[in-house]
Write a new protein. Structure first.
Ligand code: LLP
Length: 463
C-alpha cells in the first residue's frame, strides 16, 4: 500500500509515522460494502445499523466490546457456497473460524457440512444436533479419546494426518466394531502466497503426509490394508487468506496424480478429493476476494481436466471454507476510552478490548479497517492507531487508519471483517472477559455466545 498524506492534511501531516496506510477515504462516514456485512448501513441519524438494529441500541443491550454478526449475511454466504458447488460436491464449513450451536443450526438448515478439529468443536456440533455423518474430523494430533468419541459418534470422515494416526484410528475402529471412513491429508509442496504461520502445504511443516518423497503413497498402501478403515479419498489444504488460485491448481494436479498412482498400483479409484479451505476475504478496501461461484468453477474445471488427462473418473469434490463464510459477517463494536495525541508521532485511540478479542493484528500483522459507528462526523480525517487495554505495546487492533478528528471518549467504533479467527482465538489475557457474539436479524439482536463473567473466570480457579 502507498504512503501518502491527505491533501486536507491529517493531524501531524508533516511527520507521518512509519506504517502502511493508504490516503484517507474521501468520505470517512461511508461504509464500503466490500468489508462490511450485507445489511450494514447508516440510519437517518447517521448511526450504523445491522439487521435493522442500530449500534447504540446494541451497546445498550449487550455492552461493549461485542462481536456483532449479521445472520442474514452468514446464511447468504453459506448458501452461495452451497449453490456454487451444487449437488456433486460437498461444502464443509471450517468450524475453527467460529463455531457455536446457533452457527451449527444455520449450517444444517442451509445444507452445509462441518469440519471440526478438536473434541470441543465436535461436542459443540453434536450438542446442536448435527448428524454425525455430516462431520469431518481434522487435526494433526487427535488424542485417542477424541478419536474414540468421533468413531463412536459415527463421524462421516476422519482426516488422517500421520502414520501413527492411521494405526490409531484403525485400532480404535476395530475395537468399536466399526469401519471408519477416512481421508489422508497430504502436503502437496505448494508455497501459498500468505503469511508464513497460515501457509500449510509447503513441505517443512507439521500438517499432512508429504507427497513428493513417496510417504503419501505409502500411507495409502497401509490404509488400504486395514479392514477397519474405508479410505474414501485424499485431502489437501494449502493455507489461509489466499487470493491466488494457482496454488489450488497445483494442489489439484498433484492430488489427482496420487489418485492415478493409487489406481495404477492398487486398481482402486478413490472416490473423493478435498481441496480444503483458505479463500481470502476483504479486510480493507484494497482486497479483492473471489466469489464462491468463480472458485467452484475454477476448482471443478481443474479437477475434471486433470482427471480426464489421467483417465480417471472425476471424484466428488469437497471444500472447507471457514473465513470466507463467517469472516465478513461480523464487526467488533468497541467504545473509545481515550484519545492520546503524541505530537510528531501518532494518535492512539484506546478501546475497551484489544488483543484478547482480536489477536490477528499482533500475530499476523493483519490489516483491518475501522469506522466511527455511533454517529457521523464532518471533521477532518485523523491518522490513528487503534489499540486495546492490555499491558503490552503490541496490543494493536488496527495499525493505521483514519477516523474523524473530533473522535472522543464514549464514541463507538466498529472494526469490520472480524467474524473469523477472532472470537475463536480470543483469550483471557489480563483476565479479560471474552466478549459476546450477538446475532442480528430482522430488527432483533440475539446473544448466541454470552459475555464471560468474573464468575466464569473464578469458577476455573480452584486453588
Ligand atoms: N480446512 C483445514 C484443514 C484447515 O486447517 C483450515 C484452516 C480450513 C479448512 C479453513 O481455512 P479458511 O477457509 O478459514 O481460511 N488463525 C488464522 C487462520 C488459521 C487457519 C487454520 N486452518 C488466521 O486468523 O488467519
Amino acid at each position: 500500500m502507498s504512503r501518502s498524506a491527505h491533501p486536507a492534511g491529517p493531524r501531524h501531516a508533516d511527520v507521518l509515522p512509519e506504517g502502511h496506510y493508504a490516503a484517507p477515504p474521501v468520505d470517512l462516514n461511508a461504509l464500503d460494502p466490500k468489508v462490511w456485512a450485507q445489511t450494514v448501513d447508516r440510519n437517518a441519524d447517521g448511526v450504523v445499523t445491522v439487521g435493522g438494529v442500530d449500534v447504540n441500541a446494541l451497546a445498550a443491550q449487550v455492552g461493549t466490546p461485542a462481536y456483532v454478526l449479521d445472520e442474514e449475511d452468514f446464511r447468504a454466504r453459506a448458501r452461495a457456497w452451497r449453490t456454487a458447488f451444487g449437488h456433486d460436491a460437498d461444502v464443509f464449513y471450517a468450524g475453527k473460524a467460529f463455531l457455536s450451536r446457533a452457527v451449527v443450526r444455520w449450517l444444517d438448515e442451509e445444507g452445509l457440512n462441518l469440519d471440526v478439529c478438536s473434541g470441543g468443536e465436535l461436542a459443540t456440533a453434536l450438542s446442536a444436533g448435527l448428524a454425525a455423518d455430516r462431520i469431518a474430523f481434522h487435526g494433526n494430533n487427535k488424542t485417542p479419546a477424541e478419536i474414540r468419541r468421533a468413531v463412536e459418534a459415527g463421524v462421516g470422515r476422519i482426516v488422517l494426518d500421520s502414520f501413527q494416526e492411521i494405526v490409531r484410528v484403525a485400532h480404535l475402529a476395530r475395537e468399536l466394531g466399526r469401519r471408519q471412513r477416512v481421508q489422508i491429508r497430504v502436503t502437496v509442496g505448494v508455497e501459498a502466497h500468505t503469511h508464513e504461520f497460515i501457509a500449510t502445504a509447503h513441505e517443512d511443516q507439521k500438517f499432512g503426509i508429504p507427497l513428493a518423497d513417496g510417504q503419501a503413497a505409502e500411507a495409502v498402501r497401509r490404509a488400504l490394508q486395514l479392514d477397519s478403515l474405508e479410505l474414501i479419498g485424499i485431502h489437501s489444504h494449502i493455507g489461509s487468506q489466499i487470493f491466488d488460485m494457482s496454488g489450488f491448481e497445483v494442489a489439484a494436479h498433484r492430488v489427482v496424480g496420487l489418485l492415478k498412482d493409487v489406481r495404477d498400483e492398487h486398481g482402486v479409484e478413490l472416490p473423493e478429493i478435498d481441496l480444503g479451505g483458505g479463500l481470502g476475504i476483504a479486510y480493507t478496501s484494497g482486497d479483492d476476494p473471489r466469489e464462491p461461484h468463480e472458485i467452484a468453477k475454477a476448482l471443478t474445471e481443474i479437477v475434471t481436466r486433470e482427471c480426464e488427462s489421467a483417465k480417471l473418473r472425476t471424484p466428488r469434490i469437497s471444500v472447507e471454507p471457514g473465513r470466507a463464510i463467517v469472516g465478513p459477517t461480523t464487526f467488533t463494536l468497541y467504545e473509545v476510552g481515550t484519545v492520546k495525541a503524541l505530537e510528531g508521532l501518532r494518535t492512539y485511540v484506546s478501546v475497551d478490548g484489544g488483543m484478547s478479542d482480536n489477536i490477528r493484528t499482533a500475530l499476523y500483522d493483519a490489516e483491518y479497517s475501522v469506522a466511527l459507528a455511533s454517529r457521523t462526523s464532518d471533521a477532518e480525517p485523523m491518522l490513528v492507531r487503534v489499540v486495546g487495554k492490555h499491558c503490552e505495546s503490541g496490543d494493536i487492533v488496527v495499525k493505521d487508519a483514519f477516523l474523524p478528528a473530533d473522535l472522543a471518549p464514549g464514541d463507538l467504533i466498529a472494526v469490520p471483517a472480524t467474524g473469523a479467527y477472532c472470537r475463536s482465538m480470543a483469550s483471557n489475557y489480563n483476565h479479560a472477559l471474552r466478549p459476546p457474539v450477538v446475532a442480528v436479524r430482522d430488527g432483533e439482536a440475539r446473544v448466541i455466545v454470552r459475555r464471560e463473567s468474573e464468575e466464569d473466570l473464578l469458577r476455573l480457579d480452584v486453588g
